[in-house]
Design a protein around this ligand. Structure first.
Ligand SMILES: [Zn+2]
Length: 271
């Protein structure tokens, strides 16, 4: 699909929903179901899923990401699945985001790295990834001819979006598809997304693209807060690291968030 049409269809959708008397922003994004169609909170049962903090916690009753789907695959295939267990909400978000991008801007599947071990806890050299709410995602890329290709690995990209690794010389960061992934993530209601770690220059490339395309101002505002280059680890010029907030149900059972609660995040109901 050529540039231009995806945002055109999003605008058309927004207008369609607006005329259906929906006062909220719901409906400005294809990822958002009309009110009433969402799954009930805590539908995955009484077992706690995400416990503790992202960097000191466990995962119970998580589910594994499939090795391959129509719009996604695990980097490293079956061997990766051992570390691709997430909360049901996280796994659902990844499948949904991959589908939204894959059907909005046609191309090869989203490539995923690790989420968590089956029961969470320390995962290799990662500081976080302990509770099924953190995931590493390879960038969408294009080859030297401009054709969209499947990401080959965790390769670093410079501030102009050029791959720096010798195995992907001439390849570039697919700004359009990567932005579609980001906008889907920041608009997710379940789970709500706290962070998308990615380097400052790559953020700027995506935000400039989005601004040129006339992106919705609320999506722009959220993306500017949620995207961050971490100060205490790698600048994330070679992959996205996405962290979801605890669900309200998990929070009641010991899931702990750290850091900012963005102003659009729903407060858990008191009871
Ligand atoms: Zn990570």
């Amino acid at each position: 699909m050529r540039e231009g049409s995806p945002f055109g269809s999003a605008v058309a959708l927004a207008i369609a929903f607006a005329s259906a008397a929906s006062p909220s922003l719901a409906g400005t994004h294809p990822d958002v179901a009309p009110a009433g169609l969402g799954a009930a909170e805590g539908e995955y049962g009484a077992t706690a899923c995400s416990q503790g903090a992202a960097w000191n916690g466990r995962l119970q009753g998580g589910i594994p990401m499939e090795v391959k789907g129509e719009h996604h695959q695990l980097h490293g295939g079956r061997a990766r699945q051992r570390t691709a267990w997430g909360t049901p909400d996280m796994v659902a978000l990844l499948k949904r985001a991959a589908r939204v991008v894959g059907t909005s801007v046609e191309g090869p599947p989203l490539v995923l790295g690790s989420i968590s071990d089956q029961d969470g806890g320390k995962l290799g050299r990662h500081k976080s990834h302990q509770t099924g709410r953190d995931v590493d995602i390879l960038f969408y890329v294009t080859d030297p001819s401009g054709a969209r290709k499947r990401a080959l690995g965790f390769y670093e990209f410079d501030g102009q979006g050029n791959c720096l690794h010798k195995r992907c010389r001439g390849w570039t960061f697919d700004v359009q598809r990567n932005w579609w992934l980001v906008r889907t993530m920041v608009w997710s209601k379940r789970p709500e997304v706290q962070w998308i770690f990615v380097s400052d220059p790559l953020q700027r490339l995506m935000l400039a693209y989005a601004a040129r395309r006339g992106e919705h101002p609320e999506i722009m505002r959220r993306a500017k807060k949620v995207m961050a280059e971490p100060g205490n680890s790698s600048p994330h010029a070679d992959h996205f690291h996405v962290r979801a907030y605890c669900s309200a149900a998990d929070k009641r059972r010991g899931c702990r968030d750290g850091g900012p609660m963005w102003d659009w995040i729903r407060k858990p109901a008191r009871n």
